[in-house]
Design a protein around this ligand. Structure first.
Ligand code: SF4
Length: 61
């Protein structure tokens, strides 16, 4: 995986951080943590993206 990002619309449900705390962080909204290499977390990122209720977690393979 080359890249992961969150588009506008996060409702701060917390699922992405629960599934992949190494990658996602909830502040006012969810963010991808600084300096994360998505290649090491492909499975967790896909899982978090699948479970995001508003489908704002995107990634590029
Ligand atoms: S799973 Fe989606 S809506 Fe929930 S905190 Fe993460 S990005 Fe936001």
């Amino acid at each position: 995986m080359k890249k992961v990002w969150i588009e506008p619309g996060c409702i701060t449900c917390g699922k992405c951080e629960f599934i992949a705390p190494e990658v996602f962080e909830i502040l006012a909204i969810a963010y991808v943590k600084k300096d994360v290499d998505p290649a090491g977390y492909e499975k967790l990122i896909k899982e978090a993206s699948k479970h995001c209720p508003v489908q704002v977690i995107k990634y590029e393979e």
